[in-house]
Design a binder for this molecule. Structure first.
Ligand code: FUB
Length: 455
């Protein structure tokens, strides 16, 4: 009970901060977020076969009779996968609160999960509130659901894991085959798992040597070159940032080593992450509140590249709006998920009453520009560009490759009007391959751009 009350106190502060911290215009935008049709949080990414699977939490908005208004509200889990880090498939709901025998079916507390493969099966770990508080206690417990395929169907175990009370499960299997379960409950705990992945094989230990002050949660352990990295969100100041400690053993002792990601500039109080290597690049998956600038219990998952120094320490990950993956030139390229922009280029939601429609780029000063990197023009030369835009003044855009002074692909006149339309224009010869794109306002006037696409 004490743990739950402490967590609630922290999250109350979080809500207050969310109201007080102003949302900085232009800082909420990205090829990130990865999931564009629902809220998502706490991403646990796993490389399974030749695809990346993400097991996130699924934030929904509470309403009277449905969760607690103003608080986290989560009733189920989806799983997503991609083989190119750009196109994500939603495999649908894999576990929901009213289909797990031990979970209180109206608790809306299906918090941060994890999943791991072992011996032909996929083990999905998730915390929630038990309905039988006499047997399992009032705190969060952690259960397991098992599947033969990463996308399920998952069959939940009838009882939670004995001896584990807390949230944010994370599982790690060491090179010798020993599996470990980590979780948080004020402190971060770890224990060995039996080969069946369903029971503890050792007494839980508190992983010490971590900061004593400020909430720690969301453990995620991985190994690289013999170094065990225990990574976790921690409130060093007023909201969470991602930190890490290292050890030469999965249960420590750990040595505090550094910060992986600073606090969110949007004021999102929580962060929760995972770290994977895929096709020779390391990535950090994390969350922010892209689609919900005024309420940080409705979050969205993101990913950015992560780099190590030669001594094994982690370079701070820079949040980008562009995110990861290569974008096909024939896709609708959302320039508002930019890699770089001039200070006078602005971004806003297209429709503030339905933020999932996404964002637009606003250029209203001559030479204002926005750049989107890593666009693949493939093997067949593109011949034309389509631009979905609106201009109340009429305006001319110039499209360049490379950078704001790079070769011109096309100049496109967006006619004066008050409705969105798609303008088509032929382009100069473009070499096949991966390029950076720049969109620049050439004239006076104002233009708003939804996307551009090549054919
Ligand atoms: O998603 C609910 C809680 O918020 C998670 O369990 C924490 O890690 C934080 O992200």
């Amino acid at each position: 009970m004490f743990i739950i009350i402490s967590l609630m106190k922290y999250y109350k502060k979080c809500l207050l901060l969310a109201v007080l911290v102003p949302v900085l215009s232009g800082q909420l935008l990205a090829q990130n977020p990865l999931i564009r049709n629902m809220y998502s949080a706490d991403p646990s990414a796993r490389v399974l076969g030749n695809r990346v699977y993400i097991y996130p939490s699924h934030d929904i908005l509470a309403a009277p009779g449905k969760g607690r208004v103003g608080w986290f509200c989560m009733e189920d889990y989806h799983v997503f996968s991609s083989d190119n880090l750009t196109d994500w498939t939603d495999h649908g709901v894999i576990v929901s609160q009213n289909k797990v025998p031990w979970v209180k079916p109206d608790s809306y507390s299906m918090w941060a999960p994890d999943c791991i493969y072992r011996n032909g099966k996929y083990y999905f770990y998730f915390p929630s509130t038990p309905k039988d508080t006499v047997t399992y206690g009032r705190n969060f417990a952690i259960g397991v659901a098992i599947a033969a395929k990463p996308e399920g169907p998952y069959i939940p175990q009838s009882t939670p894991i004995k001896g584990v009370h807390g949230i944010d499960p994370n599982v790690f299997i060491d090179k010798d085959g020993q599996a470990y379960l980590y979780w948080s409950a004020g402190n971060i705990y770890g224990a060995k798992l039996k080969d069946n992945m369903l029971e503890l094989a050792s007494e839980p230990v508190i992983l010490k040597e971590l900061p004593a002050k400020g909430l720690k949660e969301g453990p995620y352990l991985f190994e690289r070159n013999g170094i065990y990295y225990l990574t976790f969100p921690h409130v060093e100041g007023k909201i969470e940032r991602l930190e890490y400690s290292i050890a030469d053993n999965p249960l420590g002792p750990f040595k505090m080593t550094g910060v992986i990601m600073d606090e969110s500039p949007t004021g999102c109080w929580t962060n929760h992450h995972s770290v994977i290597a895929f096709k020779n690049q390391w990535y950090l998956f994390y969350h922010d509140r892209d689609y919900s600038p005024d309420f940080d219990k409705a979050r969205s998952i993101r990913a950015d590249s992560l780099f190590f120094n030669a001594d094994g320490t982690i370079q701070k990950v820079i949040r980008t709006f562009r995110g990861i993956g290569v974008t096909n030139a024939t896709a609708n390229i959302q320039m508002d998920r930019y890699s770089a922009k001039s200070g006078d280029a602005a971004i806003d939601f297209i429709d503030t009453t339905n933020k999932f429609i996404g964002w637009k780029t606003i250029l209203d000063k001559p030479n204002a520009w926005i750049q989107y990197n890593t666009v693949d023009f493939g093997k067949n030369a593109a011949k034309s560009v389509n631009i979905r835009a609106v201009s109340t003044t009429g305006a001319t855009l110039v499209i360049r490759t490379k950078d704001a002074s790079g070769p011109v692909l096309a100049e496109v006149m967006i006619p004066k009007g008050s409705d969105w339309s798609t303008v088509k224009k032929s382009i100069a010869a473009v070499q096949p391959g991966i390029k950076n794109l720049v969109l620049q306002l050439k004239s006076e006037g104002k233009v708003e751009v939804d996307w551009i696409s090549f054919k």
